[in-house]
Design a protein around this ligand. Structure first.
Ligand code: NAG
Ligand code: NAG
Ligand code: NAG
Length: 190
């Protein structure tokens, strides 16, 4: 009787321990969506040029972001997103050149942006390789270069009075995506 009663006491104990550990793995591990929100909050606090909503929306829309388990994986996702957005943006600019009539000063600058975006894509790819190898300072250097290229594209248009950049929105998006990746990278600095 005594043995039986002690083992019947043991089973509920094991069940409740299992329950507590299951519960805590649900409650304490941040879900991907939580991870995105807390990371975007950290990134955009005190960064006037980076929008929290943009950060959350673009990371949530990125493939695989819903299964991101930690900051490392979210960083991966941000790099894939950055590279794809830079590449798509370059294609868009090439299409613009093909289909839109432009005066020479405008055309020269838009053509320049195609080259500049190629350099930015190259830098972002290098940054991603460094990130994968956990060389965070090098990753930072190369994402910063990509970001500077995007700024160079936009600044080209303000050289000539009256010229309005047709790429402001695109450059704004790619510039923010660079900043998101870079902010994640700097969180891994020792
Ligand atoms: C914000 O953007 C403006 C205009 O592009 C730029 O001059 C400024 O340096 C940026 N500020 C930061 C903190 O990046
Ligand atoms: C992007 O555009 C928003 C809204 O116009 C602006 O507040 C922000 O500073 C821009 N960010 C960059 C990086 O250019
Ligand atoms: C780049 O990313 C932004 C934000 O996620 C998205 O709205 C935009 O369509 C993308 N641009 C391209 C050319 O893929």
């Amino acid at each position: 009787m005594r043995i039986r009663s002690s083992s019947s006491f043991g089973i509920p104990l094991i069940i409740s321990l299992l329950f507590i550990s299951t519960l805590s793995s649900y409650c304490l591990t941040p879900t991907a969506s939580n991870l995105i929100r807390t990371t975007c909050k950290k990134i955009t606090d005190g960064s006037p040029n980076l929008s929290y909503d943009f950060c959350v929306n673009s990371l949530q829309a990125a493939p695989n972001s819903h299964s991101a388990k930690d900051l490392r994986q979210l960083g991966d996702i941000s790099f894939v997103l950055l590279r794809r957005n830079l590449t798509d943006s370059r294609s868009y600019i090439e299409q613009l050149l093909k289909h839109k009539k432009m005066e020479t000063p405008m055309r020269i600058r838009v053509q320049g942006c195609v080259q500049i975006y190629s350099l930015a894509i190259f830098s972002a790819e290098e940054a991603f390789q460094h990130y994968n190898a956990k060389r965070y300072r090098d990753a930072n250097t190369h994402v910063s270069a990509a970001s500077t290229y995007v700024t160079t594209c936009e600044d080209g248009f303000s050289e000539i009075p009256g010229l309005v950049s047709p790429l402001t929105d695109i450059n704004n998006v790619t510039s923010q995506l660079c900043d998101i990746s870079n902010s994640i990278v700097t969180m891994f600095f020792d």
